[in-house]
Design a protein around this ligand. Structure first.
Ligand code: N1C
Length: 263
């Protein structure tokens, strides 16, 4: 009756493809190219949707590769101006709040591909041309080469390779290690900056208001980051609680002492 697994059987431990994945991809593509960045209005969103689906459908979801996403990356290609790239690690919301105000700045989610894929899940199956809405593999399934992880690794790498001038990173100083070598930022992005194009990495180590001040510019994890960056002949600078970003945190905590006096 069921040649492989019955339709409700959860093959993998992760949640399945986001419901209406194809429509969301198409809708986000139009929103981005027609409204958010109309300079990209000539992008072909139908084609982008089709190529995105092709990058993972009918393929083993534990064997996704960078090459799977090359056609999509070519189609969605976009130039981020020099000095405008913002990386983040464990500070996604804050970094996005900041680039929402400073619209000239770009996190990966402020580019077309990141905007389309943000917070979505997707996977297919080698034995079928259908989207798997039941479950998708994760690292818990011993499957690090799943379509979503490989996508973020691939587009993060490209985002870093394309950066130029001064680049920025928002780090979380309320964690034990604001810089984590195993994060996408530590594993992929810093190693793919081109020293000939990127002269400075500016780190902003932000502490949660009312949270602990675990890590700061003078800590060992940041020294670690500094040495990796310096060895690559890129200048490293670091600021704790960079004021323009601190002000955003203060919107939610206006009475906190660190918001009422000098920070
Ligand atoms: O592992 P991280 O952060 O250091 O990755 C963040 C870093 C940013 O600078 C981005 O350019 O890498 C890029 N990036 C994304 O933009 C992104 N959006 C959504 C990496 N990962 C991204 N995701 C998902 O969040 C993805 O599933 C990945 O595994 C997490 C990483 O978040 P993190 O650990 O806070």
């Amino acid at each position: 009756m069921w040649p492989r697994s019955p339709p409700n059987h959860k093959e993998w431990q992760g949640s399945g493809t986001t419901a209406h994945f194809g429509d969301i991809v198409l809708g986000r593509c139009y929103t981005y190219t027609q409204i958010v960045r109309p300079e990209l209005r000539d992008k072909d969103c139908q084609k982008i949707q089709e190529v995105f689906l092709k990058s993972f459908l009918s393929k083993d979801p534990c064997d996704a590769t960078e090459q799977d996403y090359q056609p999509l990356i070519e189609l969605a290609n976009q130039t981020v101006p020099c000095n405008k790239t913002v990386f983040w690690s464990k500070t996604k919301e804050l970094a996005h709040q900041y680039t929402r105000v400073q619209q000239a700045l770009f996190t990966l989610e402020n580019t077309l591909l990141g905007y389309i894929a943000d917070d979505l899940s997707w996977c297919g199956d080698s034995g079928s041309s259908e989207i798997n809405y039941q479950s998708c593999p994760t690292r818990r399934d011993n499957c690090s080469s799943n379509p979503v992880s490989v996508f973020w690794n691939t587009v993060s790498k490209r985002f870093a390779e394309d950066a130029c001038g001064v680049v920025h990173v928002v780090l979380n100083g309320s964690l034990n290690e604001a810089f984590d070598r195993r994060s996408t930022f530590g594993r992929v992005e810093i190693h793919n900056l081109h020293p000939k194009k990127v002269h400075t990495l500016q780190a902003w180590v932000m502490h949660d208001i009312g949270g602990v001040r675990s890590d700061s510019c003078s800590s060992s994890s940041i020294r670690d980051l500094k040495s990796i960056i310096s060895e690559r002949n890129i200048t490293f600078t670091c600021q704790n609680n960079y004021r323009p970003v601190r002000f955003l945190q203060c919107v939610k905590n206006p009475e906190h002492p660190s918001c009422t006096s000098g920070i």
